[in-house]
Design a protein around this ligand. Sequence first.
Ligand SMILES: [Zn+2]
Length: 134
Amino acid sequence: MAQPIQCDNCGAVLVEEDVFCGECGAPRTSATQPAEAETSPAPATPPPPPSETPGDSRETAWRVATIVLGIMAAILCLLGVAAFLLFGLTESDVTTPTEDWLYATFCCLLPIAGSGAILAVSSLGIWWIRLRGR
Ligand SMILES: [Zn+2]
């Protein structure tokens, strides 16, 4: 740990206890005297604030993805139900009301609201895997 102390005047190596240089008699200067200042470790780099660590930004990304998926799921479910009601209530001369409702179910409710349900499950899955317990 101790670096060799050198005389500022002639460069001779001094012992730590030396007050004057043994070679030229020059007094030790303050520059060579404090062993502490020379050998003290550089101040540790402070850790970055928590909000900027990669893990947290990744968690934020997952959180945003979960929210976006949840919103899209809700919109799709509403759209599916709306289309289902719209087509189910539409009166037609060629189809019976029952056929209308069946048509609405399989062509509107299941595809659209089903996609919404898949998105909702994905969102829940992300939350469960990435964000649970935080
Ligand atoms: Zn000297």
